[in-house]
Ligand binder design. Structure first.
Ligand SMILES: Nc1ncnc2c1ncn2[C@@H]1O[C@H](COP(=O)(O)OP(=O)(O)OP(=O)(O)O)[C@@H](O)[C@H]1O
Length: 556
């Protein structure tokens, strides 16, 4: 049987496709592919070179509805929206197209809070995981009882909008240069006429298309939540951590790290880790990241030479340009978070800090029931303050500002010290230190009152459709994990990473954002920020040394 190729929609066979019918995106028509002739996707891709696949000059359009009038027919289709230029994406899409042409249906997964589906080949092997954007947690077609809000509204993380996690999954793959962290090939695709979940809101809509992230399925033995970290290779932990820091990943819980067991060797720690689920990366504002690896011993081991070299070669401005070109729907404020975090990583590494140091400096802290800005946020607030106060670059103003900052830091540290005094730590050397060996912090709520104009805007007048009672019941059920064996433990881990975000969103929904600055302000801000870094890094190092003197260094 001959392989029929849809000349109009993205393939060429032996003659050029008619110009007028070239679509914006690559499109494969499942039913137009004769599976019996297509032994494997790779050879198919080579045999039938894709057309030039003009990338749409406009942003991928994320529709706010699942009901559309499809111009085509009712055959199942898949199109690449984002990821044409990414390696190994087309092979993945072709494989999925072939599987679907053979009549294989998506298989819903029970884990995770969003709708996620395994796509299998005819022989039953999983090929890919698809996650439709309208089935994300809180989105209107969420199949796990967490539906309600519309796309574009703030989601589980206040700094990431519903419907935008798929874009971020794709961005993480683009930004994982040389497969350093091992993010599986990922694209943003459009499925037409495929059976995904529709809640009552859209149940009568047929035909339907869905935008979804599509990721290569990775064979694995377990996830990091099933094991202690002692078997994980240092390299795997470092590489994932480096990615998480650059992208400010808010959701690196243990379930988002797949584990592939290696063979035992003299070092013992050989398990390879595969990072998945990057939907909560690249927030629109600084936020509180969740790094499961933060207290793993591997994170306290200095970066290796190749890692330092990789970090030194990272170019935040090139990465920013890559996102602007390949994922124009990702906003400038998220791109600035990427730039800032990458600069932070580069400078901290050059200063000799380890992964745990850097991760901790990005993470907020709780003391006495209060949440405090992270060191990174404090640095940004101070840099923004100095811009706002119009301080010039001359030395006098600089030192005057530094004094002001020091005073603020000292006042806070006194408060922090009080807290420590109440706790069990009575070590004199720590108590006598002017900064208490801790990075400077500002009580979150007081600093927010002071800096409201710098925060991520959330329209509090918008009416959200979410049923908060249902949400809370769901969360309670998840948090009741201890009684449910593995699933319960995973749910608990997940909740640890997510629950505060929900609480935060409900209470204030504010974070530090850079989107409101014009280019000149942004550059000035970065200059100010860079000047503040050496002192913060020194403080951090000093803190590490005091810890070591106290004998609390990590044993591995
Ligand atoms: N690339 C992959 N390879 C293998 N399994 C995967 C892959 N991506 C996801 N999975 C599995 O699919 C399930 C759901 O995926 P995922 O955790 O990404 O969904 P989610 O709804 O975004 O989850 P969460 O609620 O943790 O944010 C998980 O069991 C996960 O292990």
């Amino acid at each position: 049987m001959a392989v029929a190729i849809d000349q109009g929609y993205g393939f060429k066979t032996f003659s050029r496709p008619p110009r007028c019918k070239l679509p914006s995106f690559t499109q494969l028509d499942f039913n137009m592919l004769d599976v019996s002739q297509s032994k494997n996707a790779q050879s198919l891709e080579h045999a039938f070179e894709f057309t030039s696949m003009h990338k749409s000059s406009s942003s991928p359009c994320l529709s706010h509805s699942s009901k559309v009038k499809d111009d085509y027919d009712t055959n199942s289709r898949i199109e690449i929206l984002v990821g044409h230029a990414a390696p190994r994406v087309r092979a993945l899409v072709v494989e999925v197209a072939i599987a679907m042409a053979s009549g294989v249906n998506p298989e819903p997964t029970s884990s995770g809070l969003g709708g996620a589906y395994f796509l299998r080949a005819q022989n039953g092997d999983a090929i890919a995981v698809a996650k439709p954007i309208d089935e994300e947690p809180l989105a209107f077609n969420n199949p796990k009882g967490l539906a309600g809000r519309m796309l574009g509204q703030p989601g589980m993380k206040c700094s990431i909008r519903i419907g935008e996690t798929g874009l971020r999954e794709s961005a993480a793959y683009f930004l994982d240069h040389d497969s350093f962290a091992g993010v599986p090939p990922t694209a943003l695709v459009r499925f037409s006429h495929v059976n995904f979940n529709l809640n009552s809101l859209g149940a009568d809509s047929n035909p339907v298309y869905k935008i979804a992230s599509l990721q290569r399925f990775v064979n694995h033995d377990s996830d990091a939540g099933d094991l202690g970290p002692s078997s994980f290779s240092i390299t795997s932990v470092h590489h994932i951590g480096i990615l998480d820091i650059r992208l400010m990943n808010l959701d690196r819980h243990a379930g988002n790290i797949l584990v592939r067991q290696g063979h035992e060797n003299y070092a013992g720690a050989t398990a390879e880790l595969v990072p998945i689920d990057h939907g909560f990366c690249l927030p629109e504002s600084l936020d509180d990241p969740y790094f499961e690896w933060l207290h793993w011993p591997q994170a306290s081991i200095p970066f290796s030479e190749p890692e330092v070299d990789y970090i030194s070669r990272l170019d935040p401005y090139k990465d920013a340009e890559l996102l602007r070109t390949e994922l124009p729907a990702i906003g400038e404020s998220s791109i600035r978070v990427l730039v800032l975090c990458t600069i932070f990583l580069k400078r901290a590494t050059a200063h000799g800090l380890c992964l745990a140091d850097i991760g901790e400096m990005m993470t907020r802290e709780f003391q006495g029931g209060e949440e405090y800005w992270s060191t990174l946020e404090n640095l940004c607030l101070n840099a923004k303050d100095s811009l706002k106060n119009g301080l010039s670059d001359d030395n006098d103003s600089d030192s005057q500002h530094e004094e002001e900052v020091d005073e603020e830091v000292f006042q806070f540290d006194a408060e922090y010290e009080d807290g420590l005094n109440e706790s069990t730590d009575t070590n004199d050397s720590l108590q006598n230190s002017p900064t208490n060996g801790k990075p400077s912090k500002i009580p979150r709520f007081s600093s927010m009152r002071k800096l409201q104009d710098l925060t991520f805007p959330v329209n509090k007048n918008e009416e959200y459709l979410v049923d908060d009672h249902a949400l809370n019941t769901f969360l309670d059920n998840c948090a009741d994990g201890g009684n449910n064996g593995d699933d319960g433990a995973k749910a608990s881990a997940l909740m640890r990473s997510l629950s505060f975000s929900i609480q935060k969103y409900n209470h204030d929904g504010q974070c530090i954002s850079f989107g409101e600055m014009d280019d000149e302000e942004w550059q000035l801000f970065l200059e100010r920020f860079l000047k503040l870094l050496p002192k913060a890094f020194e403080e951090r190092k000093a803190m590490g040394l005091s810890k070591q003197r106290l004998g609390s260094s990590c044993d591995f």
